[in-house]
Write a protein that binds this ligand. Structure first.
Ligand SMILES: Nc1ncnc2c1ncn2[C@@H]1O[C@H](COP(=O)(O)OP(=O)(O)O)[C@@H](O)[C@H]1O
Ligand SMILES: CC(C)(COP(=O)(O)O)[C@@H](O)C(=O)NCCC(=O)O
Length: 405
C-alpha cells in the first residue's frame, strides 16, 4: 500500500529522491504531529579526503562560505488522531534509521529521536512499540523559541507582515532581533517574551485558540474537516451574525472613541436579536464570524502582553494561522488598532513547525547521525539558497546548506 494514501497532508513531498537522512525530529501536539528531517544532497565532508573525517566537524573548511553539507529540510504534518499514518510515513521512508534499509548499529545503539509537544510523553510507548525508537523529550517552550530564532536568523525571507491582502517580507536585522513576543497559536495559545538566545519567559497564554475554532466550528457548521471549515469561512460574511458598531449606531461611526461603523461591536451579537435558530444561518457566515472572533481576541491579548513588556514586535506561529488571509488580516488589524500602529504583527512562513525545528536543533553538537557516517555540527549555521524566492517557493522543503560555525 502506498504509505501516503492515508496521510492527511504531506507538505514535504521530496522533489528529488531522498539522499541520506539525518536527524528526524517531531512535535506531537494536541491537534497535529509535525515532522522535520534533513536529507543530504551533497556531503562535502566525505568528498574531501584528508580534510575531514567522521569525527571532525567544526572548522573543517577554511573558507567562510564553503558549506559542509547541502540538502533540504523537509516538513510534514499529520493529525494527531491519525498517529498511525505518521508512524507509517516514518517507517516506510526509514526516517528513523537515516533513510537506510539496513541499520547495522540499531542493535547496539539506543535509537533516540528528539521530540517535543505533550504527545512526546503521551505516545512514547507507541513509538517504542511500533518503530523501536525512544523519544528524547525536549521542552515545548524551549523548542518553540529555538525554532523561531533559528528561522529568523537563518532565512532572509521568513517573517512578513500582512495588511490589505498583501504580504510584505521583513528583513530581520540579526543584531537587533531581541526582544520580541512569540505567540504560538496551536490548540491553545502560548505567549513568550524572548530576550535572547536562551533567555525567555512564557508570560501568558489563552485557552481560546486553534482548537476552539476547530471544535466550535465543527459543532456549529457540521463540517467534516478543518480545511472544509476554513474554506467555508472564506466564502462567508460575518456581518450577518456579528453586531457591528454601525448596527448599533444607526449606520454611523462612533468616532469619539475611534470606532468605525464596520468594526465588530459584538461577535455573534446579531444572533440574539432576530429570533433565528442555528439552521437559519449559513455555515459559511458562522465560520467566518468564529474565525474573526478568535483571531481578533488573540491579536488583542497579544497586544496587551506586548504593551505590558514594552515589545514592539510580535511574531505569530502555530498551525492555526496556516497562511490564512482572514486570520492574518484580523490579527494584524487587532494589533495595529490597539497599539495605535506602534506594534507590528508578523507571521512566519514555517509557522506550524517552530517546535519541530527547535527539537531538530536540540540534537547535541557533533552527535553522530543515525547512520554513523555523517555528522552535522548543530552549532553550525544553516543558510537558505540565495536564489530562494519566498513568493514562488512552497513550504514543502527548502534548500539548506550547513556551514561551519
Ligand atoms: N488538518 C488540521 N486538522 C486539525 N487542525 C488543524 C489542521 N490544520 C490546521 N489546524 C489548526 O491548527 C491547530 C493546531 O496547531 P498546532 O500548531 O499544530 O498545535 P498543536 O501543537 O496543539 O497540535 C488546530 O487547533 C487547528 O486550529
Ligand atoms: C498547553 C499548551 C502549551 C500545549 O500546546 P499546544 O499543543 O496547544 O500547541 C497550550 O495549549 C497552551 O498554552 N494553552 C493555553 C493555556 C493557558 O495559558 O491558559
Amino acid at each position: 500500500m502506498d504509505p501516503r494514501q492515508n496521510q492527511i497532508e504531506v507538505i514535504s513531498e521530496p522533489r528529488q529522491s531522498l539522499g541520506q537522512i539525518s536527524h528526524l525530529a517531531l512535535d506531537i501536539g494536541g491537534s497535529l504531529i509535525k515532522v522535520v528531517y534533513f536529507s543530504v544532497s551533497r556531503d562535502d565532508c566525505t568528498d574531501r579526503e584528508g580534510e575531514s573525517s567522521a569525527n571532525d566537524t567544526l572548522g573543517v573548511f577554511k573558507g567562510d562560505k564553503h558549506p559542509i553539507l547541502e540538502g533540504r529540510l523537509h516538513f510534514a504534518k499529520f493529525e494527531t488522531s491519525n498517529i498511525n499514518d505518521c508512524l507509517e510515513f516514518i517507517s516506510s521512508r526509514k526516517l528513523h534509521l537515516g533513510g537506510f534499509q539496513h541499520h547495522e548499529n540499531l542493535a547496539k545503539d539506543k535509537n533516540l529521536i528528539k521530540a517535543t509537544g505533550g504527545g512526546a510523553n503521551k505516545f512514547a510507548e507507541l513509538f517504542k512499540e511500533k518503530l523501536g525508537i525512544d523519544l528524547d523529550k525536549e521542552d515545548e517552550m524551549d523548542c518553540l523559541v529555538a525554532g523561531a530564532t533559528f528561522l529568523l536568523k537563518a532565512f532572509h525571507h521568513e517573517a512578513y507582515t500582512y495588511m490589505d491582502g498583501k504580504k510584505h517580507f521583513v528583513q530581520i536585522d540579526q543584531s537587533n532581533l531581541y526582544p520580541y513576543l512569540l505567540v504560538n497559536i496551536g490548540s491553545g495559545v502560548s505567549m513568550i517574551k524572548v530576550d535572547g538566545e536562551d533567555k525567555f519567559e512564557r508570560v501568558s497564554g489563552t485557552n481560546v485558540g486553534g482548537g476552539t475554532f476547530w471544535g466550535l466550528g465543527r459543532l456549529l457548521t457540521k463540517c467534516k474537516s478543518f480545511d472544509e471549515l476554513l474554506e467555508l469561512s472564506h466564502r462567508g460574511n460575518n456581518r450577518v451574525i456579528d453586531m457591528l458598531v454601525g448596527d448599533i449606531n444607526g449606520g454611523m461611526d462612533y468616532s469619539k472613541i475611534g470606532l468605525s461603523s464596520t468594526t465588530i461591536a459584538s461577535s455573534f451579537g446579531k444572533a440574539v436579536s432576530n429570533n433565528k435558530e442555528l439552521e437559519d444561518y449559513k455555515p459559511e457566515d458562522i465560520a467566518q464570524s468564529l474565525l474573526r472572533m478568535i483571531s481578533y481576541n488573540i491579536g488583542q491579548i497579544s497586544h496587551l502582553n506586548a504593551l505590558q513588556f514594552g515589545l514592539k514586535r510580535i511574531f505569530f506561529g502555530g498551525f492555526f494561522i496556516q497562511d490564512q488571509p482572514h486570520t492574518m488580516d484580523t490579527i494584524s488589524v487587532a494589533v495595529h488598532f490597539w497599539s495605535k500602529g506602534e506594534a507590528k504583527a508578523m507571521f512566519l512562513r514555517h509557522e506550524g513547525f517552530l517546535g519541530a525545528i527547535g527539537a531538530y536543533m536540540s540534537y547535541p553538537k557533533n552527535k553522530l547521525a543515525h547512520n554513523q557516517s555523517m555528522q552535522i555540527p548543530l552549532a553550525a549555521s544553516y543558510a537558505a539558497d540565495p536564489n530562494y524566492n519566498p513568493l514562488n517557493a512552497d513550504k514543502e522543503s527548502m534548500e539548506c546548506s550547513v556551514y561551519a560555525a
